[in-house]
Write a protein that binds this ligand. Structure first.
Ligand code: 5GP
Length: 207
């Protein structure tokens, strides 16, 4: 019996600490059991970002072509740029039994939920508006205008918190990581997953 991987969506306003949480989570598990989907985007790379690792950086024309070719599971416009998740890459990983994390916004989460009702969706919330602003400023990568835009966008993202299966408040990082690990682990322990992974145990028990 083949074990299918679990599909997770992690959404958060920028500055909530989502990327750090995913990075820390991945360090705890084998790369063969969990991967983060690498999205396509039309935005420019930030310092330190690599093509194919953080994103597939593409032109608007390339992105539009991919839309017409139906390459995307979902796509959305965020901060004036397009972002999309490649369908083939994800389905291949899930079929290999790999858990896949999608780091996407609420618009993408809505689209994936329609296509894959068994997706597990998690919203990472900052502990307060002030802390969110501090974190956005602390990155030191964006202009004041961009920070104000991101604050407005963050509020828009936060207004969808109730659409998610789980909410993790990232006040204390270690606690938030433990919460995230618990959600992942509880999915892995679901009956359907366990039966696939340990079918020999049940076959033996009932023989
Ligand atoms: P950033 O430009 O800061 O890397 O990401 C901006 C926002 O776009 C984040 O909220 C991130 O989750 C979202 N995002 C990244 N990739 C995708 C994607 O493939 N689809 C959607 N819908 N949103 C994405």
């Amino acid at each position: 019996m083949t074990i299918k991987g679990n599909l997770f969506i992690l959404s958060a306003p920028s500055g909530a600490g989502k990327s750090s949480l995913i990075t820390a989570l991945l360090k705890q598990v084998s790369p063969r059991s969990m991967q983060v989907s690498v999205s396509h985007t039309t935005r420019n790379p930030r310092p330190g970002e690599n093509h194919g690792e953080h994103y597939h950086f593409v032109t608007k024309d390339q992105f539009k072509h991919s839309i017409t070719q139906k390459h995307f599971y979902e796509y959305a416009e965020v901060f004036g740029n397009f972002y999309g998740t490649s369908e083939v890459a994800i389905d291949q990983q899930l079929a290999q039994g790999i858990d896949v994390f999608l780091d996407i916004d609420w618009q993408g989460a809505q689209q994936v939920r329609m296509k894959k009702p068994d997706v597990t969706t998690i919203f990472i919330s900052p502990p307060s508006k002030q802390e969110l602003e501090n974190r956005l400023r602390g990155r030191g990568q964006d202009s004041e205008e961009v920070i104000q835009q991101r604050m407005a966008q963050a509020q828009a993202e936060c207004s969808h918190y109730h659409e998610f299966d789980y909410i993790i408040i990232n006040d204390n990082f270690e606690q938030a990581l433990a919460d995230l690990t618990t959600v992942v682990q509880s999915q892995r322990l679901k009956c359907s997953q366990q039966v696939s992974a340990h079918h020999n145990i049940f076959a033996q028990l009932l023989a």
